[in-house]
Design a protein around this ligand. Structure first.
Ligand SMILES: [Zn+2]
Length: 450
């Protein structure tokens, strides 16, 4: 380290402390250039006395002046090698057992080697533009654990208490592909799911935290993780929830009933439509296998119509409609002589009609129509769908009359994917969850106030 230039003590040095933004608490003792883009700055605290942390008595009697290296933000594009000329003071109170203590500053936590403002900057850099911890750590010349600890500290400050809502949405998100990891007990399957808690209120007056915002995210998708998250919230938050929108998931429902006995449960109707589509696909595959003794191929009309079968009848063009109906022709041996495919499609469409209703009288009528179609179809797949509808009926009725669906945070899945890509996958679900939440916490406020 050759000292190319040195700044003399006095006026220039106090100007340097202004440039560094530390003049309130610190003065600059010396500045020296140590490289083309690096300077060494020695600072000391301006107050020459400090209170003893044990007895509170002020002392100015210096015992030692240790020199401590600190990591700080770059200044004017130059890396700053910051040295703090500390004061170790002798306690002035004769009865105090403390003996001596080190003078402290708000800008630097006790025993820390990183300034508070660098910690804030590290956390913001990682969370806002969703960069890798290692990349940000290298840019600021700190270690990975230091940058990671800064992010954790930032997360606890940024993640606010969930805003109260009367309608809570709970949804599962696939966090990554299934993987097996070794543990003391042998190989265990890691649960790649996360449960998200979303504000489902359509009320615009609920402010920036309003509709669709993410309130919480926990690893797993069990009833226990729903119950634990809810019980960790304030009693006011729990009492304010009137309606919870979920997928038709029995564990979620049991978790809600345990933590929110007063809340009504509504089932997200799009999940029911997807169950109905799944049912149609199962029937198509079974019919094809039974008739042809193999899987369907492009040569088979049943296979060619596989996407038309899943399209809502109201979205089909005239030509598509004709093609679909030709596929249901029971007199045509190349189509579906059993009539099962047409029956399954009819059940699916009746469920879609039912789920589009909001008036209790028409809902009753559409439900009877759906059950009639199921009885006529008389297939294991359609019966299973009807059993699901029956089991969830009170929650489905609530969803229809209250007109709720599980609104997802805008771009939420995109954020999850980006975070996952940056981290090249996460082994630790808590880290992963924190990255997603801090990214949203840091980036979303700007958007909602705009
Ligand atoms: Zn003392």
């Amino acid at each position: 380290m050759s000292e190319v230039t040195s700044v003399p003590a006095g006026v220039a040095v106090s100007a340097v402390s202004v440039v560094l933004g530390i003049e309130d608490d610190f003065g600059v003792v010396s500045v020296a250039r140590t490289g083309p883009d690096q300077v060494r700055v020695v600072i000391e605290q301006l107050p020459r006395e400090g209170p003893c942390p044990a007895c509170g008595v002020l002392s100015a009697r210096v015992k030692e002046r240790p020199l401590v290296r600190l990591h700080d933000l770059p200044a004017s594009g130059q890396r700053v090698e910051l040295w703090w000329h500390q004061r170790r003071l002798v306690c002035a109170e004769a009865l105090c057992e403390r003996g001596s203590f080190t003078q402290t500053s708000d800008a630097i936590r006790q025993r820390a080697r990183v300034t508070q403002r660098l910690r804030d900057q590290l956390a913001r850099s990682i969370a806002r533009s969703n960069r890798a911890v290692s990349e940000v750590a290298a840019e600021y010349g700190v270690s990975w654990p230091t940058a990671h600890r800064a992010l954790i500290a930032g997360a606890t400050r940024w993640l606010p208490e969930p805003a109260p809502t009367s309608r809570l949405g709970i949804d599962e998100t696939r966090a990554r592909s299934v993987r097996w990891i070794t543990s003391d007990a042998g190989w265990i399957r890691s649960d790649p799911w996360m449960t998200s808690f979303v504000d489902c209120s359509t009320d615009c007056t609920s402010g920036p935290a309003g509709s669709g915002s993410l309130l919480g995210l926990v690893p797993g998708r069990s009833g226990a993780c729903v119950r634990d998250w809810l019980t960790a919230q304030t009693p006011e938050f729990r009492a304010g929830i009137d309606l919870v929108v979920i997928d038709p998931s029995a564990p979620y429902a049991s978790g809600i009933r345990a933590a929110l006995p007063q809340a009504r449960i509504a089932v997200d109707k799009w999940h029911l439509v997807s169950l109905a589509n799944q049912m149609v696909t199962e029937v198509r595959q079974r019919v094809t296998r039974t008739r042809l003794g193999r899987r369907g191929t492009t040569a088979d009309r049943v296979w060619n119509n596989r996407l038309l079968l899943l399209t809502g009848a109201d979205h089909l063009s005239d030509r598509q409609w004709d093609r679909l109906m030709a596929g249901f022709d029971t007199t045509d041996p190349t189509a579906d002589p059993t009539g099962e495919l047409g029956a399954a499609w009819g059940v699916k469409e009746r469920l879609r009609l039912l789920l589009a209703e909001t008036e209790p009288s028409t809902i009753r009528w559409r439900l009877a129509d759906f059950y009639d179609a199921v009885i006529d179809a008389d297939m294991p797949e359609t019966t299973r769908l009807a059993v699901t509808v029956q089991a969830w009926w009170p929650a489905i009725l609530t969803a229809l009359t209250e007109q709720v669906s599980n609104a997802r945070t805008e771009g939420f899945n995109r954020i999850i994917k980006q975070v996952k890509r940056v981290g090249c996958g996460y082994r630790n679900m808590i880290n992963y969850q924190r990255r997603i939440l801090t990214h949203i916490a840091v980036t979303r406020p700007c958007r909602s106030t705009a």
